[in-house]
Design a binder for this molecule. Structure first.
Ligand code: RNT
Ligand code: ZN
Length: 419
């Protein structure tokens, strides 16, 4: 059977349960996913640095050949990856990806350092998102930034934060689409602190000072706070924990970001969405895959991922979540990592959009829970693949494993030539 025929059969199968496949495909293709620039270079960044700076808790493992060494290479790699991924895309840039011919410290970052990214984004017809970088810097070396006990260090990072909001605002204005600014700080302690209150009080005060800047247009710069459970060197205590971030975000009307890898090993995020969205307007999701810990493995089409998107579908809140990817694997072809992870995320969005939500919720109201459970189970083996293939075809990207050819050709022609 050819692809069109398979699609028609699938469509009829889903329609029998009240699911409009064409509408699902259309909706899935429209919703943007923000691709993280840091998979291209193992989170190294492209700043002009005068001294050797460390990774500060973020670690990509592996040494597969072809790491992007500068902005031009990273953008070429992203361009290649994006050509193999269906649906609307954005690109997420960290402050440490600034490109200047001389050293500019973090507290003096300016939008001009991101002109290369902005020009490229414009040519690609996409928009950018942004992140302050509170790691890989001598002033983050002892594990504290915005909550640092030393006022001078805190002030430095506050200036960085304020500067980043201006950059996000400028990007948002230039691209005609708001720029999501995600705040993640590594602040925390390896061992039992004598004072858990102090750093949190200072963190809140620092954020208050940053967000007090009313000159930044909040419709162009959309701030979200990302929590974490632990990191390398912050095993015992993380200042910006889940509670801290949720409470801060809610009380200050800032957005909250949930990263799928930032919770206890058996804790998943899908059940939290319906709670936060009772009280918050929107959520930013860092789509990632923890393996035993916050390992940032390449995202796969697994139950965790499906459950996140099923929640969004069943709550009817697609327009209240922003999607960004956050994984980095240096042990496999980095373009392949982008394509596998982003296609998996897009696939899970489609899987969720094909859920017979109305039917399931009707059955539930009637107490017909055997049928509810049975249908949930039956839907796992519906002809989903035929719809996914058609979505790729409609988006003019390779269908099935075809994209591997392009990846291998690019590896041979481009990546292996980087020494
Ligand atoms: C770190 C956070 C954060 C970073 C990026 C680089 O644990 O997940 O989002 O991965 O900002
Ligand atoms: Zn994250």
């Amino acid at each position: 059977m050819n692809r069109d025929k398979l699609y028609e059969v699938a469509k009829a199968g889903y329609a029998a349960f009240g699911v409009d496949v064409d509408a699902a495909v259309e909706a899935v293709l429209k919703q943007p996913i923000s691709l993280h620039c840091w998979q291209a270079d193992d989170v190294a960044g492209f700043e002009t640095k005068p001294e050797g700076l460390s990774g500060g808790g973020i670690l990509a493992t592996g040494n597969y050949p072809g790491r992007a060494r500068n902005g031009e290479e990273a953008r070429a790699d992203l361009t290649k990856a994006m050509s193999l991924i269906p649906g609307a895309q954005r690109v997420n840039v960290h402050a440490s990806y600034m490109e200047t011919d001389h050293f500019v410290d973090r507290d003096e970052v300016e939008v001009s350092g991101f002109q290369g990214w902005m020009d490229w984004a414009k040519a690609q017809g996409i928009s950018l998102d942004f992140n302050p970088t509170f790691f890989a810097h001598p002033k983050a070396e002892d594990g504290f930034t915005l909550s640092h006990p030393d006022e001078a260090v805190r002030a430095f990072w506050i200036r960085h934060g304020k500067a980043c909001r201006k950059i996000a605002e400028a990007m948002g204005r230039a691209q005609g689409s708001p720029c999501v600014l995600n705040w993640w700080t590594p602040d925390g302690a390896k061992d039992i602190p004598a004072d858990r209150f102090g750093p949190r009080a200072r963190m809140a005060a620092s954020y208050d000072e940053i967000f007090a800047d009313d000159s930044v247009d909040r419709t162009l710069c959309l701030d979200y706070l990302e929590s974490k459970l632990f990191g390398i060197g912050s095993e015992e205590y993380v200042v910006s924990s889940a509670e801290f971030c949720a409470d801060y975000a809610l009380s200050r009307k800032i957005g909250l970001c949930m990263d799928m890898g930032h919770y206890h090993p058996t804790e998943t995020i899908h059940g939290k969405i319906s709670s936060h969205l009772q009280f918050m307007d929107s959520l930013l999701l860092h789509v990632s895959r923890p393996v035993r810990w916050d390992s940032d493995h390449v995202v796969l089409f697994n139950d965790d991922l499906k459950n996140v998107f099923l929640e969004i579908q069943r709550g009817g809140v697609w327009d209240r979540v922003r999607l960004a990817l956050d994984f980095f694997d240096a042990s496999i072809n980095r373009i392949g990592a982008y394509v596998i992870g982003t296609r998996a995320a897009r696939k899970a969005m489609l899987y969720a959009r094909l859920d017979p939500t109305n039917l399931l919720q009707d059955l539930e109201v009637q107490g017909r829970n055997t049928e509810r459970l049975a249908l949930m189970e039956e839907f796992k083996s519906m002809p989903f693949g035929a719809v996914w293939d058609m979505l790729c075809e409609q988006a003019s990207v390779p269908v099935g494993a075809e994209w591997l050819k392009a990846m291998n050709a690019y590896e041979k022609d481009v990546l292996l030539k980087r020494s």
